[in-house]
Design a protein around this ligand. Structure first.
Ligand SMILES: NC(=O)c1ccc[n+]([C@@H]2O[C@H](COP(=O)([O-])OP(=O)(O)OC[C@H]3O[C@@H](n4cnc5c(N)ncnc54)[C@H](OP(=O)(O)O)[C@@H]3O)[C@@H](O)[C@H]2O)c1
Length: 269
């Protein structure tokens, strides 16, 4: 099979991360990557940075794309698709990473001929440590899902979910890195409070987060069982855990995900 053209509409943070991830991977030889931005200046910067063709012409990118990846802000999607509706044709695949925009909306705005998938990556995709949820939309077949799994698999883990859960995925793993940065920052402050330098405290906090997360993923055990391993009877950890329970960390995190999920739903209205 010859090279497929992957047109990335919106070479911002996420569009660029996806292009970069693919270019650093064995998939590189299978794709010709084109990108677009709104302004000529961003196009020039992104093109120079990545060594790929980046322009301000969505028309050209859509016309020549086998896969069209939408990575613009959610409120920009409708206008871009409707104004280029005539260019979409059967045989193309649209993958949208735009929060709160449904595959049915994309199908309607793009004229209902292409296959459609939706994906929700997160910013650690920038360093190939992301997680991406994918769901199938109108006219998408298993081969389309496999292509998307391969592309996002180069940027971290991939999980396939129902589209009805996508607002929740946005609230959990899409926004989640921000919650974790806040926790790292707070732990680092605590380190400073007990006399550790800011730099060392941040490294201790961040590596602790990463190590604990890796334990959960690698050992596939319930986090509560791993927590028990750290918690010696009458030791120090149980005192720390009591303070966290008193401060309602657990329910606060649940509320954070629910609030972001609600916002994602509201954005659609
Ligand atoms: N950031 C996240 O953590 C995250 C995670 C998951 C999903 N997402 C989704 O990813 C999408 C992009 O987010 P982002 O953070 O990457 O945004 P971003 O950094 O602001 O990038 C948006 C890009 O879209 C371009 N653009 C704007 N209007 C355009 C147009 N008419 N035609 C072509 N390109 C256009 C911009 O170009 P200019 O620079 O020239 O304006 C910019 O390159 C959003 O829908 C968001 O919901 C984001």
């Amino acid at each position: 099979m010859g090279k497929q053209t992957l047109s990335i509409i919106g070479m911002g943070k996420m569009g660029e991360a996806i292009a970069r991830g693919l270019m650093d991977s064995p998939l590189r030889s299978g794709y010709r990557i084109l990108g677009t931005t709104r302004t000529a200046e961003s196009a020039r910067d992104a093109g120079k940075d990545l060594g790929i063709e980046v322009s301000t012409s969505n028309e050209d990118a859509i016309r020549s794309g086998d896969i069209i990846l939408l990575a613009v802000k959610p409120h920009q999607v409708q206008k871009i698709l409707e104004s280029n509706q005539k260019l979409f044709h059967a045989g193309q695949l649209i993958i949208s990473i735009c929060a709160a925009v449904t595959t049915d909306q994309i199908s309607e705005w793009s004229g209902g001929k292409t296959a459609i998938l939706r994906a929700m990556p997160n910013t650690p995709c920038l360093i190939k440590s992301g997680v991406t949820a994918i769901c199938q939309g109108p006219r998408s077949e298993d081969s389309h899902l496999k292509s998307a799994e391969r592309i996002f698999g180069e940027l971290g883990r991939v999980t396939v979910l129902e589209e009805s859960l996508f607002d929740g995925v946005t609230g959990l793993s899409g926004c989640g890195p921000a919650y974790v940065y806040l926790m790292i920052e707070a732990l680092s402050e605590a380190g400073v409070k007990v006399g550790i330098s800011r730099k060392q405290a941040t490294a201790l906090a961040a590596q602790t987060m990463m190590g604990a997360a890796k334990m959960v993923l690698d050992r596939a055990e319930h986090p509560a069982a791993l927590k028990d391993e750290v918690t010696t009877p009458a030791g120090c950890t149980i005192d720390g855990l009591m303070a966290l329970e008193e401060g309602k960390l657990r329910v606060t995190l649940i509320k954070a995900v629910l609030a972001a999920t609600r916002r994602s739903k509201l954005m659609r209205k």
